[in-house]
Write a protein that binds this ligand. Structure first.
Ligand code: ADP
Length: 160
């Protein structure tokens, strides 16, 4: 039984995140999505909103959605996870992700980081860009699940 954790801000969840979760489910028995409580990043959606959107989108009983604060390696240990999943969209992700992976290995040598690549159409997609487009009234319906389209419209007062 191999449990993988997939940590992130998910502010909000995008189709790129969902693509990665599907890929992880093909490789691991259980995927624990860890939604970061990070007030310093000044998220648009509260931790409750982000978790609720994530839960609504999850159809597999092999996915668990939790929030976390503090060190990821501690969260992994508490959830008996041996694998940490992160996404690589482009070379620009690489340096930061490599640093994080090396630091996590230093803190917890038994935790292995695995990088997954999304479908090409999602390789330019980020939560930040989705928020920007939605804020300006653009259509994000092909980029995020339906519930996120509605929640973004609620935040920005516009229907995309
Ligand atoms: P963080 O603040 O930890 O970067 P994000 O929610 O932005 O949180 O991303 C969480 C993880 O999902 C990261 O590993 C990121 O590389 C990955 N990710 C984000 N968007 C995409 C996407 N479009 N395709 C694949 N992976 C993605």
């Amino acid at each position: 039984m191999v449990t993988a954790i997939f940590p992130g801000s998910f502010d909000p969840i995008t189709n790129g995140h969902l693509d990665l979760i599907e890929r992880a489910l093909k490789m691991f028995d259980k995927v624990c999505v860890a939604v970061l409580v990070n007030a310093s990043k000044n998220p648009l959606f509260s931790i409750e909103e982000r978790m609720e959107m994530m839960r609504t989108c999850m159809t597999s009983p092999r996915v668990e959605v939790s929030s976390f604060r503090g060190l990821l390696v501690d969260f992994a240990r508490d959830h008996d996870a041996k694998v940490l999943v992160r996404g690589l969209r482009a070379v620009s992700d690489f340096e930061y992700e490599l640093q994080m992976a090396m630091m996590n290995r230093e803190l917890s040598p038994e935790l292995e980081t695995v990088f997954l690549m999304p479908k090409t159409v999602y390789s330019y997609l980020s939560s930040r860009l989705v928020k920007e487009v939605a804020r300006l009234g653009g259509d994000v319906s092909k980029l995020v699940p339906e519930i996120v389209v509605r929640e973004l419209a609620g935040k920005y007062g516009k229907i995309s």
